[in-house]
Design a protein around this ligand. Structure first.
Ligand code: PLP
Ligand SMILES: N[C@@H](CCOP(=O)(O)O)C(=O)O
Length: 465
């Protein structure tokens, strides 16, 4: 399996090189040169497999089979707090929560990052290399990446988070990890600024080479690949490939919903993708009226989705433009320059044939958390609640099609919102019960590339010494 860049100017790579490269050298994102597809009989044969085995089989189709992938998957998911790893919980007659938050940091990011940490170790040891990982987080990727990479011999990791724009639990989960290879920086800006800084570091070729940069955000294809298996597991459990399903995904950087789309591309009958946003509704506006134009990022009760520039949309755009890399690069160039992406009508119609957009404000989010608790006895975090509200609003007309909602975070990560809605304050698991007493360590820097690069360099040099 080889990977090509959405902007067409980077040399094709294999899975392991893509894992280490993160972003392509032309600024594009790596995608499979061809999509692996399975027939109905092959999917049926995967029903009932333990999650790590299913994950390994799917990842092998994307080129991860050169690693001991099944052993890595077994190891990565062994510490999850639920024997099914990603259990399906029925909320009403047709809506199911796919709980992706049973990993160590209580959000769906663990599903991929617990595996990526092990992949980095394996590939770096084989090559005798060391990398500096730079990542941007609106709250959850940061802690999951830190947990996956802390104390790993060949990895230094620097995570940028937007100052004062994560929940306190999210911030503490990152900043209380005092391992020498971990550095946290609060950036005076929003998540889009953090993500821009990360991409700017990758696009600074001398710096990228000097630091041997690598990525843990979903710009890294390996992240997306490792998120496909849970959609396959859910669809198979609900009757695929002999029954259609739909998915509703709380969306920010578009990685999670893109992974669901990839599962369809591999042959699973996913009839509809509901893209659920908070008041940062650029994707909903795009899907409703082909209006992909940025507005200032506004803080919300679902801070991990406070994003306007959804990195992975570029991967979908590449497909919507029938893999025209030049057109993709030009659309991305104009989006960056003008804050508005010109998407040809035919491409937009291809998107709307499968995707529906939905946006919910904070009052609606609180009402949905309360409703879920009242009607289903279910405690949902604010991101998941945006997803369940979207599922109810935009489920396919055919009531026989079940809707899988990605339950992306544990309610205890957002106790204030959950308490406001239900009167209940979900406790953190025992292993995190002293989180508020632990020492925090992080720097605060302006939204300035030179300052961030200097901090990354100092961190990497200190650890290499
Ligand atoms: C809890 C939670 N829900 C939803 C999202 C949005 O997911 P994605 O960025 O893959 O669209 C995020 C952040 O990525 C998140 O942390
Ligand atoms: N919501 C994310 C933002 C980064 O998304 P990623 O999937 O590209 O890592 C977060 O919690 O950090």
């Amino acid at each position: 399996m080889r990977y090509v860049s959405t902007r067409g100017q980077a040399a094709p790579r294999d899975f392991e090189s893509v894992l280490l490269a993160g972003l392509a050298e032309d600024g594009g994102l790596f995608v499979p040169e061809t999509w692996p597809e399975l027939g109905a009989a092959e999917w049926r044969a995967m029903r009932g497999l333990p999650y790590p085995v299913l994950a390994a089989r799917i990842l092998a189709l994307f080129g991860a089979g050169a690693m001991p992938i099944e052993a890595m998957c077994r190891d990565a998911y062994a510490g999850f707090g639920h024997p099914a790893v990603a259990p399906l919980v029925q909320l009403d007659t047709r809506v199911f929560a796919l709980e992706l938050f049973h990993g160590p940091t209580l959000a769906f990011k663990d599903m991929a990052l617990q595996l990526l940490g092990r992949m980095f170790d394996h590939v770096l040891a084989k090559r005798g290399e060391r990398v500096t990982i730079v990542g941007a987080t609106s709250g959850d990727t940061g802690s999951a990446a830190i947990e996956a990479c802390r104390d790993r011999a060949a990895v230094d990791i620097v995570i940028l988070h937007p100052e004062n724009r994560t929940s306190e639990v999210q911030r503490r989960q990152m900043t209380t990890v005092l391992s020498p290879n971990v550095k946290n920086i609060a950036v005076r800006g929003d998540f889009d600024a953090c993500q821009d800084l990360v991409k700017a570091m990758f696009n600074d070729a001398p710096f990228r080479a000097e630091m041997n940069l690598s990525a843990v955000n979903s710009i890294n294809w390996a992240r997306i690949a490792a998120q496909i298996p849970y959609y396959a597991a859910a669809a198979l459990t609900l009757g695929a490939p002999d029954r259609e399903v739909a998915v509703a995904v709380p969306t920010g950087n578009f990685g999670n919903v893109l992974a669901a789309w990839a599962a369809r591309r591999m042959g699973l009958p996913i009839a509809r993708f509901v893209v659920a946003s908070n008041r940062n509704d650029i994707l909903a506006r795009f899907l409703a009226a082909n209006d992909m134009s940025t507005r200032p990022v506004e803080p919300s009760l679902s801070p991990s989705m406070d994003i306007q520039v959804s990195s992975n949309f570029e991967r979908l755009l590449f497909e919507l433009l029938e893999r025209d890399a030049e057109a993709t690069a030009e659309a991305m160039r104009r989006f960056r320059a003008e804050g508005r992406m010109p998407v040809p009508d035919a491409a937009w119609r291809r998107a709307t044939a499968l995707f529906r957009g939905f946006a919910l404000d904070d009052a609606g989010t609180i009402a949905e958390i309360a409703r879920l608790h009242r009607e289903a006895g279910y405690l949902a975090d604010p991101h998941t609640a945006v997803g369940t509200a979207a599922a109810r609003a935009l489920a396919p007309e055919d009531a026989a099609i079940p809707v899988v909602v990605a339950a992306t975070a544990h309610p205890a990560k957002f106790p204030d919102a959950v308490e406001r809605a239900t009167g209940l304050r979900p406790p953190l698991p025992a292993r995190l019960s002293d989180l508020y007493e632990r020492e925090e360590r992080y720097g605060v820097l302006p939204n300035d590339l030179a300052a961030i690069e200097a901090a990354v360099r100092a961190h990497a040099h200190r650890n290499a010494a």
